[in-house]
Ligand binder design. Structure first.
Ligand code: ZN
Length: 338
């Protein structure tokens, strides 16, 4: 009960990439980089275990960014042809690669680090992939008819990748869909269909992560425009509750999400974000416990998995792992009361 897990990413060691920077360039190249990515993956799995996390992740150590890490393995995406576009409904501008031809996945993208993570732990293992809607929101399109068409093409490739990850022994595959919190109507109209395509035929657990983003400046400014009550989840959760996706990862700690909205998830495992990733202040176990207890007013403890609000890639390792220890200790406090 109350198995702990993390949203996905963790900071990388200094010998792999510059800390504290999103999209940090790799510190190595060639064979040395390939080996270092796997070493960092094993290290991050072991550190999560030491912190007391039950369902560990690969920490996204082998990818530069949670979306583009998958895209580098896809043919049809031209990284040399970057276009400056407004993403997340123009919340910020980014130089995004362009889709120039039919998308194809010539081979596995993440198998090496999934195998390394699997070999490093007997704990349950979670692996994250970007969701189709978030992928198409982070790319320029010069080939497909429209973004739905392109999202479905990505969903088919994600499904191939997910089936291989499952065969390697991954227990949970999570799709990251922060775009669901931005395009709520489209999430209901086709975003969930795209997730169904991406998860077709999987026997492992499936999850979707919907958040308010990393603690970066563009997100902090955006949150200031959302008012005192963040109700984005209200529009997507009822449709998500009817979907085949089994787990929903969401933001609760230090957030203006009215907690009763998680009650809309009546059949899902709910990954309750009890660690704020937008602040370096380390939560106390008691603070974590009180977030979990507040969630238990709306969702049975049997369906709650204490988690982080979002990925921790931009933090220092010391801060991230201190927060994970607090997460495990806070969950243990509540478990004793059950
Ligand atoms: Zn997130």
């Amino acid at each position: 009960m109350l198995e702990t897990t993390i949203a996905g990413s963790l900071p990388k060691p200094v010998w792999l990439a510059k800390p504290g920077v999103l999209w940090a360039p790799w510190a190595l190249e060639g064979e040395a980089l390939a080996v270092a990515k796997l070493d960092a993956t094993m290290l991050s799995v072991n550190e999560q275990e030491r912190c007391g996390i039950d369902i560990v992740s690969d920490g996204e150590q082998a990818r530069q960014h949670f979306v583009h890490g998958f895209l580098v393995g896809v043919e049809g995406v031209d990284f040399a042809r970057k276009k400056r576009i407004g993403i997340r409904n123009n919340r910020y501008e980014a130089d995004c690669p362009t889709v120039v031809s039919k998308l194809r996945r010539p081979g596995p993208v993440h198998s090496a680090e999934a195998r390394a993570a699997r070999a490093a732990t007997k704990h349950k293992l979670k692996f994250t992939l970007p969701g189709p809607m978030t992928i198409v929101d982070t790319l320029a399109n010069e080939h497909y008819r429209d973004k739905v068409d392109m999202a479905m093409a990505f969903a088919r490739l994600l499904n191939q990748e997910a089936r291989e990850l499952e065969a390697i022994g991954v227990d949970v595959i999570q799709f990251d869909e922060p775009a669901f919190n931005v395009y709520m109507d489209e999430a209901v109209q086709w975003g969930i269909d795209a997730l169904h395509l991406a998860t077709e035929g999987l026997r492992c657990a499936t999850a979707v992560h919907i958040c308010y983003g990393y603690g970066i400046e563009a997100n902090i400014k955006w949150k200031e425009t959302l008012g005192q009550s963040w109700r984005q989840y209200e529009q997507v959760f009822p449709a998500l509750d009817r979907s085949r996706i089994q787990q929903v990862s969401l933001e609760c700690a230090a957030s203006k999400v009215p907690l009763e909205l998680i009650g809309l998830l009546k059949t899902k495992q709910v990954l309750v974000g009890a660690i704020d990733v937008a602040s370096d202040a380390i939560e106390t176990p008691e603070q974590v416990a009180s977030t979990i207890r507040a969630a238990m007013k709306h969702v049975d403890a049997a369906r709650i998995m204490p988690c982080t609000n979002c990925g921790m890639a931009p933090m220092t390792r010391e801060t991230a792992y201190a927060k994970l220890r607090a997460l495990a200790e806070g969950a243990a406090l509540v478990r004793k009361e059950l």
